[in-house]
Design a protein around this ligand. Structure first.
Ligand code: ASP
Ligand code: MG
Length: 318
């Protein structure tokens, strides 16, 4: 059995967290699982690298930005491998190109085209934990590319598909996926599972918990993933293709600017209720529309968080 464990920047923000990630890998190994770790840059590192580039030039070349930004993930992969070795687990850090992750040449937003994973497979066969740098690949010119901000999620899902992993666990600093962003909606409820299509719509509408292209890959390749907290020991949220009977009528709310989107198989028919709910509280809507399994209202950005909380209470209070 094979588990992909992906750790986001917030779960690798300092040495203590990095060692906790390594320990989670060892725990999984002790359950008899093979593990491939996929890592983001340590929290804030990518932003620092970008700021550095823009302090040198107002218009850095995209190729060079990718060469620079990709180093954040290489550093955390090497550090995680060092942490694993120090805990007695053989490990091997691998960059995107060493992992056989081939992309198109669209610097800054490249898409994975093929994934050979040769060295990953041979490391696994030898009982070694490959620690793969997320967010990066190599194009047909031999240049390093990056997959877009948040792209380590895509690396994890693409590897899960290519290696036919049994589990794909995405570790982050929240306990899982909730009915709305819990930083904005304190009463947001943690979900045990959610539908991949609903999650993708929520991502397009502004939910930041998973990178949208990673969900596109999950849908295309049929990968089930689990979003879980790196420090809470909980089960997190399973993201998979639910049958129509399992799929809840409403999946969640997302916010982008002043636009609030309700997603779920019954969402489009809820638009009148959304408008009524806000009108009753005197919140004006500039624009609204319903689409496939979704509906949105647009308010003044300054009222948006209040409106989001009202709509959450309307549709998700128990
Ligand atoms: N380090 C990159 C970013 O900050 C990629 C990732 O974290 O997934 O966007
Ligand atoms: Mg992320």
């Amino acid at each position: 059995m094979l588990t992909i464990q992906k750790f986001g920047g917030s779960s690798l923000a300092d040495v203590e967290k990095l060692c906790r990630a390594a320990q989670l890998c060892i725990n999984e190994r002790q359950r008899g699982r093979d593990v491939v770790m996929v890592v983001s840059a340590m929290g804030g590192a990518t932003d620092e690298l970008l700021a550095l580039a823009y302090s040198v030039s107002a218009a850095p070349e995209k190729r060079e930005l990718d060469a620079l930004m990709s180093t954040g993930e290489c550093a955390s992969a090497a550090l995680c491998a060092i942490a694993l070795e120090s805990l007695g687990q053989r490990a091997l850090s691998l960059s995107g190109w060493q992992s056989g992750i081939f992309t198109d040449a669209l610097h800054g937003e490249a898409r994975i085209r093929t994934l050979t994973a040769g060295r990953i497979r041979s490391a696994l066969a030898a009982g070694i934990v490959p620690v793969v740098s997320g967010f990066q690949g190599i194009d047909s010119y031999g240049d390093v590319t990056t997959l877009g901000r948040g792209g380590s999620d895509t690396t994890a899902v693409a590897l899960a598909a290519a290696l036919r992993a049994d589990d794909c666990d995405i570790y982050t600093d929240v306990a899982g996926i909730a009915t709305a962003d819990p930083r904005l909606v304190p009463s947001a409820r943690l979900l045990a599972q959610t539908d991949t299509r609903d999650m993708l719509r929520l991502s397009y509408a502004g939910a930041q918990v998973l990178y949208a292209p990673s969900l596109e890959t999950a849908l295309e390749k049929g990968v089930t993933l689990r979003l879980r907290g790196a420090s809470d020991g909980g089960e997190g949220t399973l993201v998979r293709l639910l049958s129509e009977s399992e799929r809840p009528a409403l999946a969640g709310l997302a916010l982008s600017g002043g636009r609030i989107t309700l997603v779920g198989r019954a969402a489009s028919e809820k638009l009148p209720e959304m408008l009524r709910c806000l009108a009753e509280r005197g919140i004006a809507c500039d624009k609204s529309a319903s689409g496939t399994d979704s509906a949105f209202v647009e308010t003044d950005p300054l009222s948006a968080v209040a409106a989001l909380n009202l709509l959450h209470e309307q549709f998700f209070s128990l």
